[in-house]
Design a protein around this ligand. Structure first.
Ligand code: ZN
Length: 566
């Protein structure tokens, strides 16, 4: 982390009248931040009575009512200019009621790889219609399915895939570094870090643009960042999208994942070696490879419209000239609901993900209510819906902001907080993207703590939570996560706990409140995030994207008044 002049200026500010001075207004408000209250909120939100907080379910009604009550009790005003704490978010729910697919080789007597059970594949159609069929579509392997002019990369090489079934690898190409082939080339797709080109959202988008009939992503646990059951858990159930004028008729008809074994079976039936295809896909001269097979798919959809809600509260700024400008805190209130098809525990309680972040949002809101005088700019507390369905509540807000994004100075997002005790560090996912990191580092230093980058950049976490929708539109965004260097614990403890969570509890019914949780670290993290927001709300400068950030141009265009929409 570069020590900037801003760092020095802020440190001086901190030591004199600033955030940490004992007895200052902010200092007193920070002292009210309570781990017990956070845990109490988590216990309510993650209780079985809230049914896993699925959008459009009775669990949503309970969650929304609870959040509104808590914001009101904290003394915060309705965040919607219409005088309510709610923003309506229209969603379309679609569930594949019947999915069938097969990959055929040769004539009618040739080999066939059926796609039936969820051990083999999961597929959906995002077209809002009862039935989508694909018949006799040529199957083409397109590497990672990436078209990235910024990296001089094009996996399609102009090959016409209209009406075809494209098969591709997850993540972005792992290009060896020419200087040291044992390492990844840092100049290609962020080296080890996953760029947006590696995300499944991108892959279905580009396949749609190319006019493909079906898109199959090969699942691999490492490059995807999560194991196969997570894919099945999310995709095998009802999915959601924002309404589209054409009912998504222009989308690729079938959006599917295939298990690694299925991919290998398809390859061997095609007389190809999967490892050889992977190796070919790492080369910039890769060209699409026809697999000599035809694909058939039939997907029946049950489609319904759902009214969901973002919940939003506001602390109006004390400076009449600046109160039209906002700092936004976000956390997604939703989780995966319940699945009646599951044996045993059917409720995805989502205690860590993201009852914990929502609870922290409520607690930071509560502490703002303790300030005798509001900061100069306004603060917005936004609990968004349908993050688990593709960041939809945040996307809807960013496309329909209640206050202009050009005067929204920052989004500070919380998605799964530190539940395992105090740390000497805090993680900023996407470290170095914005000047908010400098502020975070400066305030962390006053706690004797440091900030670090994402310990798992290969998972592409910056693109996987709500702040990304703000970033996409240009708003400087900070997504802080638990540090990994735990106080009083052996080395490796943080990573071990995180890996255990990913393996055992992430997006599973077992993500419940655990008896050994320790919110002491979360309290310190909340102090940091509240202080960073306060600095922005009080300060004279605006947070900025740093040079080299993929979002900088968007912000500059927005501030020049060239519009906030893509
Ligand atoms: Zn989450």
């Amino acid at each position: 982390m570069r020590v900037s002049s801003r760092f020095a200026a802020l440190s001086a500010f901190v030591l004199s009248a600033g955030p940490w001075a004992a007895g200052s207004d902010l200092g007193r408000a920070l002292d009210t931040l309570s781990g017990e209250r956070v845990l109490d909120h988590i216990k309510v939100l993650a209780s079985d009575a809230f049914e896993g907080r699925g959008p459009g379910t009775p669990g949503e009604q309970k969650t929304v009512a609870y959040l509104v009550d808590q914001f009101r009790a904290a003394g915060l005003k309705p965040g919607n200019p219409d005088g309510t704490y709610l923003q309506d978010v229209p969603l379309v729910g679609f569930q594949a009621t019947k999915t069938a697919g097969s990959i055929r080789f040769g004539d009618a007597h040739g080999k066939e790889i059926p796609l039936r059970s969820s051990a083999e594949w999961v597929g959906v159609s995002r077209r809002f219609r009862a039935e989508t069929k694909v018949e006799g579509s040529d199957v083409v392997f397109v590497g990672h399915g990436v078209v990235a002019p910024d990296y001089g990369w094009d996996d399609y090489k102009g090959v016409d895939v209209r009406g075809k079934t494209v098969v591709m690898l997850i993540n972005d190409p792992a290009v060896p570094d020419p200087a040291d082939p044992s390492m990844l080339d840092p100049a290609k797709f962020g080296g080890k870090a996953m760029t947006y080109y590696g995300r499944w959202t991108y892959k279905y988008e580009i396949a749609s643009e190319k006019g493909a009939a079906a898109c199959l992503i090969v699942h691999e646990a490492g490059p995807a960042g999560y194991p196969w059951p997570v894919v099945v858990g999310s995709w095998g159930r009802e999915n959601f999208d924002l309404p589209a004028p054409d009912d998504n008729a222009a989308r690729v008809g079938v959006e599917a994942w295939i298990a690694l074994d299925t991919a290998k079976a398809i390859c061997s039936a095609a007389g190809r070696d999967f490892g050889a295809l992977q190796a070919a896909a790492r080369r910039p001269d890769f060209r699409p490879i026809a697999l000599g097979a035809k694909a058939d798919f039939a997907i029946s959809n049950a489609v319904r419209e759902i009214d969901s809600k973002n919940v939003v509260a506001r602390l109006e700024g004390s400076d009449p000239a600046l109160r039209g400008e906002h700092v936004v805190y976000t956390a997604h209130w939703d989780h995966l609901g319940r699945d009646p098809a599951l044996p045993g525990d059917q409720i995805f309680n989502g205690a860590a993900d993201n009852a914990s972040g929502t609870a922290a949002l409520l607690e930071i809101a509560h502490a703002h209510g303790e300030l005798p005088k509001a900061p100069r700019r306004s603060i917005l507390f936004l609990a968004v819906t349908a993050e688990e369905k593709g960041l939809l509540g945040a996307k809807y807000y960013a496309e329909h902001p209640l206050y202009p994004l050009s005067t929204t100075l920052a989004d500070i997002n919380m998605d799964v907080i530190n539940l395992w005790g105090r740390t000497r560090d805090i993680v900023s996912v996407g470290l170095g993207n914005t000047t908010l990191d400098d502020t975070l580092a400066a305030v962390a230093a006053t706690q004797g703590r440091t900030i670090g980058g994402d310990p798992e950049p290969e998972k592409g976490s910056f693109y996987r939570s709500d702040h990304f929708e703000f970033a996409k539109q240009g708003v400087p965004a900070l997504n802080a996560k638990a540090g990994i260097d735990y106080v009083g614990k052996p080395e490796g403890y943080g990573r071990a706990r995180r890996d255990e969570y990913t393996q055992k509890d992430y997006h599973k019914p077992s993500d419940e409140v655990k008896p050994d949780w320790d919110l002491a670290g979360a309290v310190e993290d909340m102090r940091l995030l509240m202080s960073v927001g306060h600095d922005v709300a009080q300060g004279t400068g605006q947070p900025e994207w740093k040079p080299g950030s993929e979002f900088k141009a968007r912000r500059e265009a927005m501030l020049k008044g060239q519009g906030a929409r893509p």
